[in-house]
Ligand binder design. Structure first.
Ligand code: CMP
Length: 130
């Protein structure tokens, strides 16, 4: 999992203790746009589609995470994420996510970098439409 690469054994242990594994069928809504965010999720296996106003905006695969925005800014879910295939997910609840962000700076950095990448991609998409 790229999100965890380079983290220390102590950090990985901290993360493992605050993480659950769940499975969901293809077609299942994993986060719903506008809803309150309660979890951070990381795809271990399978893929998911990100939709904004019912239009696809991104595809997430094994190693990708989602659900961080709502937990970081306290605002409603920015998009709906739907499993495209059966998926296996690591799930971290809101409180654990906050404590991991504070306790594992390497994790916070990686999540921030991914947010930057997603913003750059969205900017490029906007610019190419104008
Ligand atoms: P959150 O707003 O909590 O819930 C929906 C999630 O979809 C969001 O967090 C991000 O993790 C994810 N998401 C939103 N927009 C994009 C995007 N453009 N690319 C990839 N993932 C996204």
């Amino acid at each position: 999992m790229p999100l965890f690469s380079g983290l220390s054994c102590r950090d990985l242990d901290l993360i493992a203790r605050q993480t659950d594994v769940i499975r969901a069928d293809g077609g299942r809504v994993l986060t719903r746009q506008g809803a309150l965010g309660e979890e951070f999720l990381l795809i271990v296996d399978g893929s998911a589609r990100v939709e904004r106003d019912a239009k696809p905006i991104a595809r997430l695969e094994a190693g990708d995470f989602f659900g961080e925005m709502s937990l970081m800014d306290g605002k409603p879910r920015s998009a709906t994420v739907i499993a495209e295939t059966p998926v296996t997910l690591l799930v971290v609840d809101r409180r654990s996510f906050r404590s991991l962000l504070d306790g594992v700076p390497g994790l916070r950095r990686k999540i921030s970098v991914t947010l930057c990448e997603r913003l750059r991609k969205a900017d490029a998409g906007l610019a190419s439409r104008n």
